[in-house]
Design a protein around this ligand. Structure first.
Ligand SMILES: Nc1ncnc2c1ncn2[C@@H]1O[C@H](COP(=O)(O)OP(=O)(O)OP(=O)(O)O)[C@@H](O)[C@H]1O
Length: 697
């Protein structure tokens, strides 16, 4: 109706600017297209009256006056259109500003993307990058890792005496390994060039992936203290050890060696990295402690020596002398390849025809599969890889044909999971340290809450704690650690594939002990054996655990949260390429295939846990009943003795034997559900009375 009125006014040619404004708004409300105003035009161009639609007239739209916008008078923005603004710069002027950005310059500005957002986190990231490299190098070379991590407070004197630096200050981080060492010619680029490494271009399980970690730490040190990274390395007996000081020319992303020396006496092989950085030990040590503990847990084949300012050194001996199974490199699976990547791979190929290219570049492509792909692509004549690289249409056909061809899943036995036995060993030695040292706190820097939590764990926890597992006989899966009983269960899932990349999930849990029973469980996340300490909420692993219904396994669980109970839960994903959410490698992306596997592993572990909790509840119940029974047994035996005129001692012994028998029988109640156990308990309560009656009778 309003539109029609407005059209009538326009037809008369008497519309004012304000009328036109109102028309536009009204038309917009009744569904007409908003008029486009040409840039710089003071008033909108005149519009032709609305044409009547051909055919049967539609009913007039129902008017909704309350939807109309306020009258233009009330709208200051509806003032006359502004004149076109003065041009500020021409394309040519802007072109003068446009230039290449070096990767180091980019990450200098965006160091938070690499995990260097603040001084406490930077401390952890620096250590983590160096330790992960040491572990990777040792494993690749087949050496049992022996790693020393040292944090030195430069506020203290040479003897380590003085006042500890409060807040931010200068620290030296040293990481030394007994690995294969680094070839001298490579060292400058490894430590002084971002995106330079040996792991990015391959598909093989390793802690490092990107080739940016240690050089980013060097860059952070250089940025915050102006000091170069110092390294020493030796590749073996008979080869000289060398030391270098390396800086990064951030404009060019190139290394500059500022000092060089040869060492006569150094270890037979290995690498030492020393970085001076601005760090916050006061706040950051919690993360570092936790990182070291968790790294020891997930790497039971490695020994760690951890030296800290003004604290006794901490050692984590290796729990096994066996190296983990060697991870194998694989080629990408054709079903995971994208069109652009296919074209690039074809351009790099040395094969003479597309069949050869497919077989050489991808896993699981036999000559029969290659023939089938080529047939499905409809290539008549011989197609060379360079045709695929140059012609998008040819590449598209090939890509489509790959997608339409059934190809065996990628090989999965190339991964190196921790395994059930070592996960258990790792958990036990980790709990040993935790029980001695006291646990570390949550990642949030809420010190008050942290202090409270510590108090809860050390003192009050005993009350809240789930009742102890009876001393004897030791239940299967229960480990006694520093006087506390922990139930430990582990699950390793078979390998699976996401986006063509094999991955494998493992879950381990430790229940009971000194963990508080009234707090959310402790969730420990690991990716390729590296603990993930930040971004817990944003991690796909957390999501999977939260989505698991833990009430089925006798833990309480607030909606959308982690379960509550005295439990530490370890989740590990091993993969040839872990899909991290960012370069800082702090959280795993939410791939449904990965979430599902974690859930399945958690459920399997949960079932073991539920069986244990039931058994323990039952044992507690029996112990309670027995002690109640034993409380009166003396009196009862005496009374019966008087009636039957016998000594009470054999009667008492008989009662105790009966009690043993009953408890034993009920011990066989394993595997019953709660209701069945309750029922069984009820029956048992009546039994002694009957036994008594029989005796009396
Ligand atoms: N301690 C070491 N011993 C032997 N080689 C090392 C050592 N540290 C680093 N390297 C080599 O230097 C390369 C670069 O290391 P860097 O930490 O920058 O990246 P990365 O480990 O490959 O990946 P990411 O950035 O994900 O950590 C490694 O790929 C490895 O080849």
């Amino acid at each position: 109706m309003a539109a029609r009125k407005a059209a009538a006014v326009r037809a008369k040619g008497k519309a004012t600017g304000r009328d036109r404004e109102r028309d536009q708004l009204e038309l917009a409300v009744v569904g007409g297209p908003a008029p486009r105003r040409s840039k710089g035009a003071a008033t909108p161009p005149p519009r032709a009256p609305a044409r009547k639609p051909a055919g049967r007239a539609r009913p007039a739209p129902v008017e909704e006056p309350e939807l109309l916008p306020p009258a233009p008078e009330a709208e200051p923005e509806a003032a006359p259109a502004a004149r076109s603004p003065k041009r500020r710069a021409t394309a040519e002027q802007m072109a003068q500003q446009q230039r290449e950005i070096s990767i180091s310059e980019f990450f200098t500005k965006n160091r938070h993307l690499l995990g260097f957002d603040n001084a406490s986190k930077a401390l952890l990231t620096t250590i983590k990058e160096a330790v992960d490299n040491s572990l990777d190098a040792c494993e690749e070379a087949g050496i049992l890792p022996e790693i020393t991590i040292e944090v030195r407070d430069l506020g203290l004197n040479e003897q380590g005496e003085g006042e500890l630096t409060k807040g931010e200050g200068r620290f030296v981080v040293v990481v030394e390994d007994n690995g294969p060492g680094i070839v001298k010619a490579q060292a400058p680029k490894i430590f002084g060039k971002l995106l330079y490494g040996s792991k990015f271009h391959r598909l093989k399980q390793s802690r490092g992936q990107q080739g940016i970690g240690i050089s980013a730490a060097a860059m952070y040190g250089q940025l915050t203290t102006g000091q170069p990274i110092r390294m020493i390395s030796r590749t073996g007996k008979g080869k000289p050890a060398f030391g270098l000081e390396i800086q990064i020319d951030t404009r060019k992303n190139n290394p500059v060696v500022t000092a060089e020396r040869q060492l006569d006496d150094w270890h037979e092989h290995g690498t030492r990295v020393e970085l001076e950085i601005v760090a916050n030990w006061q706040q950051g040590q919690r993360f570092v402690n936790r990182y070291v503990e968790h790294t020891a847990l997930s790497n039971p084949h490695a020994a760690f020596h951890y030296l800290r300012p003004r604290q006794p050194p901490l050692s984590f001996p290796r729990a096994t002398d066996e190296l983990p199974k060697e991870a194998q490199e694989i080629k990408p699976h054709p079903h995971g390849v994208e069109l652009g990547a296919l074209m690039r791979m074809a351009a790099d190929s040395k094969s003479h025809d597309v069949r050869g290219f497919l077989q050489a570049a991808f896993s699981r492509v036999s000559s029969t599969v290659a023939d089938e792909i080529v047939k499905k692509a409809g290539f008549k004549a011989r197609v060379r890889p360079r045709d695929v690289a140059a012609d998008r249409e040819v590449a598209r056909k090939l890509h489509q044909a790959i997608g339409a061809t059934k190809i065996m899943a990628p090989p999965t036995q190339i991964l190196s999971p921790i395994g059930d036995t070592l996960m258990r060993k790792g958990l036990v030695s980790f709990l040993n340290v935790i029980e001695t040292e006291g646990p570390e706190e949550e990642e949030q820097l809420d010190l008050d809450a942290a202090r409270k939590k510590k108090a809860t764990r050390k003192g009050k926890a005993a009350k809240a704690e789930a009742p102890e597992v009876p001393d004897a006989p030791p239940e299967e899966g229960v480990e006694k650690i520093k006087g506390h009983n922990y139930f430990i269960a582990t699950v390793t899932r078979p390998p699976k594939v996401y986006r063509g990349n094999p991955f494998q999930v493992e879950v381990g849990l430790a229940y009971g002990g000194s963990w508080p029973a009234d707090k959310p469980i402790e969730l420990f996340r690991f990716a390729n054996r590296v603990p993930l300490l930040f971004q817990r909420g944003a991690c796909g692993m957390t999501e999977a655990i939260v989505k698991t219904d833990w009430r089925n396994y006798l833990l309480s669980q607030p909606r959308g949260s982690l379960p509550v109970g005295p439990m530490a839960l370890l989740v590990h994903i091993a993969s040839v390429w872990v899909p991290f959410t960012s370069e800082a490698k702090e959280a795993v992306a939410h791939y449904p295939e990965i979430t599902r596997e974690i859930q399945l592993a958690a459920q399997e572990c949960g079932r073991k846990l539920a069986a244990h909790i039931r058994k323990r509840k039952h044992a507690d119940y029996q112990a309670q009943r027995r002690s109640l029974f034993e409380l009166y047994i003396q009196e009862v035996a005496q009374a019966i003795g008087k009636i039957v005129k016998r000594s009470p001692d054999p009667i008492k012994r008989e009662f105790l034997r009966l009690a043993d028998q009953v408890t034993e029988q009920e011990g066989a109640g394993d595997g019953l559900d709660d209701a069945a156990l309750e029922e069984q308990s009820r029956k048992i309560t009546r039994r002694p009375r009957r036994a008594e009656e029989e005796e009396q009778g």
